[in-house]
Design a protein around this ligand. Sequence first.
Ligand code: R5P
Length: 290
Amino acid sequence: MIVVPGPASQSLGKKIAENLNAQIVPVNLKNFPDGEYCLRFEGDVTGEEVVVVQTTGPPQDTNIMQLLLMLDTAKELGAEKVTAVVPYLAFARQDKRFLSGEAVSAETLVKLIEACGVDQFITVNIHAKNTLKRFSVPTKNLSAITLLAEHFKGRGLDGAFSLSPDKGAIGLAEEADQVLGGGCGWLRKERDRYTGEVQVEEKSLNVQGRDVIVFDDIISTGGTIARAIKMLKSQGARRVYAACVHPLLIGEAKTKIIESGAEEIVGTDSITSSVRTVSLAPLIAEALAR
Ligand code: R5P
């Protein structure tokens, strides 16, 4: 097996290769003044099982284009099998036409990835699982929640309450509770489809004096998780932590979350950010080895 760490996932790709004891084929990127670039595999992939690792967080368009170029090139160069490891799949929140006339961006992205001849697709905590049904090749949606919860357990937060800021993500809190064992719950969130404004409904959570960890798949602007943390603090929660798989952390998200009362933000290296405390490498390597 050969691992190709893409430009957006250099460190994670290398760690995955280390975990698998696999050879790395680096990719060279030559940039042109007009913003275009040329990508070149610096090694032979003919007849090999190739794993391309490239996340698609911001800048999404560039990272997606590089992903497609790497997948297509690996096949063109004669790779026997190509697996796309895309820890964070961009546009996954637009998995249906919420307003008439909208692009179903997740579907378009799946079509493009498949058109590059990929044989297997692996991602982590995809926002809407139904997106994967659009692939005709085998897919895996790994979950990093157990890893995140184990991280907190290792830091003495065994017995903490696990909360999801959105009912649709209750599975995340339930999974974390399997490790932390302090019970779990959810909040109800509404997003205005026109303005994007988020409202989190007030709910009594029985968290007085307790440690709470709020688990979400994505932190983008930080608005959702900050509102949840404020509510927890106003209900007397002791220490509150923000945990997420994909820390996009746009703009002032980090400050917003800390100012809402969070002790800390813990994320994974799905996205290269300052909160990438937990590595996805063992999880992805294990799935590849399987
Ligand atoms: C959406 O439903 C996701 O699960 C996250 O809750 C959302 O992307 C977080 O966005 P923000 O940080 O901008 O509130």
